[in-house]
Design a protein around this ligand. Structure first.
Ligand SMILES: C[S@@+](CC[C@H](N)C(=O)[O-])C[C@H]1O[C@@H](n2cnc3c(N)ncnc32)[C@H](O)[C@@H]1O
Length: 351
């Protein structure tokens, strides 16, 4: 079974506000048990800011959460840069933790509420939490090349438009034509280095009209194109052969040393039945070597056995380098609601 990786300093920025009096950043952190919080490094775009004051409230353990809230105040900040990315790096017990991201101003029009809610109830904070994963775990750099598999209505892309430089490259594809249209008109029109493609493959929830099985899809990119790939909340809607095929394709299009961040529901050996009902997910219907929450439309919600998933990863020539248990297990704050799995394509061996 996949061991849980080093307890992460899970966290997020929840509110940002700026006026002539200063810049205020609110957020939360978990797993402070790993050491004392000593402060924060804050930047706006590439400019480092001087933190005037910060405070953090201890976690309310009685409420079953070990999150502590923090507030950071910066007095001097260049107001002209208010559409830039805000980066907050906590310093815990002398160690610099993974960055947390947010933004003050919107750079883009948001999708209609119904589309936003179809992918996440809190679209913007979740967009920046995904950026935390891509940078902190996927090692995506500002001038990196990133692939967003099943990009949906551009949730993660939204945050990435604040992060990637003009030299960076973003490619996203999805089986929902309507969302690809939206992304092309709203995002690519403004950021030409962000490209979207519709893939006409069948999905029982998102593209029921297509008769093409996704196992026949060759990702439309050359071998070794990407530094980082993301598959967020997609495998929950696909069956085993598609998961395996997509892992193979990811192994092909990543460069050696490149990383892929996946979120998925993974059931642990020995804990399977508890996991199957965790957080009322009800992954109780056996479907083609996996488990679904629905026998009628399995692609509503799929879960996989962790040990099998690990085998598929190695069959695809990838290594599973980190595993972080998701919030859905109800075992403490994680990095995301679903389990977070980090894969790496081994660097070429020297002869
Ligand atoms: C829950 S949404 C997540 C979207 C996005 N990754 C996010 O986290 O905001 C699932 C997405 O996966 C897409 N999808 C499902 N099966 C797919 C497939 N075989 N190939 C590409 N996209 C797929 C759906 O069209 C939908 O946009």
């Amino acid at each position: 079974m996949i061991p849980n990786s080093q307890p992460p300093a899970a966290g997020a920025l929840t509110a940002l506000a700026g006026d002539p009096g200063g810049l205020r950043v609110d957020g939360w952190l978990a797993a402070l048990a790993s050491g004392e919080l000593e402060g924060f490094d804050v930047s706006l775009g590439t400019l480092k800011l001087k933190v005037h004051e910060w405070r953090s409230r201890p976690p309310k353990s009685a409420a079953g959460s070990d999150r502590s809230n923090f507030r950071i105040i910066v007095r001097d900040w260049p107001r002209s840069a208010d559409s830039a990315l805000v980066t907050v790096i906590p310093r815990i017990a002398g160690r610099v933790k993974r960055p947390l991201f947010g933004a003050l101003e919107r750079r883009l029009r948001l999708p209609p509420k119904s589309d936003r809610e179809a992918v996440a109830m809190d679209f913007l904070p979740k967009a920046f939490r995904s950026l935390d994963l891509l940078v902190g775990l996927g090692r995506l750099r500002r001038d990196g090349r990133v692939l967003d598999v099943g990009c949906g209505v551009g949730r993660i892309t939204y945050a990435l438009t604040h992060y990637l430089s003009a030299r960076g490259r973003y490619e996203g594809f999805d089986a929902a034509l309507r969302w690809i249209d939206w992304n092309q008109h709203t995002i690519s029109a403004r950021f030409p280095n962000f490209r979207f493609r519709f893939v006409d493959v069948r999905n029982g929830v998102y593209n029921r009209r297509s008769s093409t099985n996704a196992t026949q899809l060759q990702f439309p990119y050359d071998d070794g194109t990407f530094d980082t790939a993301l598959v967020e909340s997609v495998f929950q809607h696909t069956r085993v052969p598609v998961v395996r095929h997509y892992l193979d394709e990811i192994g092909r299009v990543l460069r050696p040393g490149g990383r892929c961040v996946v979120t998925s529901f993974l059931l642990r050996r020995g804990r399977r039945s508890a996991d199957q009902r965790a957080d009322r997910q009800n992954f109780i219907h056996p479907i083609g070597g996996a488990w679904s929450a629905s026998s009628q439309i399995p692609e509503i919600g799929m879960a996989f056995e962790a040990a099998q998933f690990e085998n598929w990863v190695s069959d695809a020539g990838l290594e599973l380098v980190e595993f972080h248990r998701g919030d859905w297990h109800r075992e403490g704050p994680g990095l995301a609601y679903q389990d977070v799995i980090v894969l790496e394509k081994p660097a070429r061996r020297r002869r």
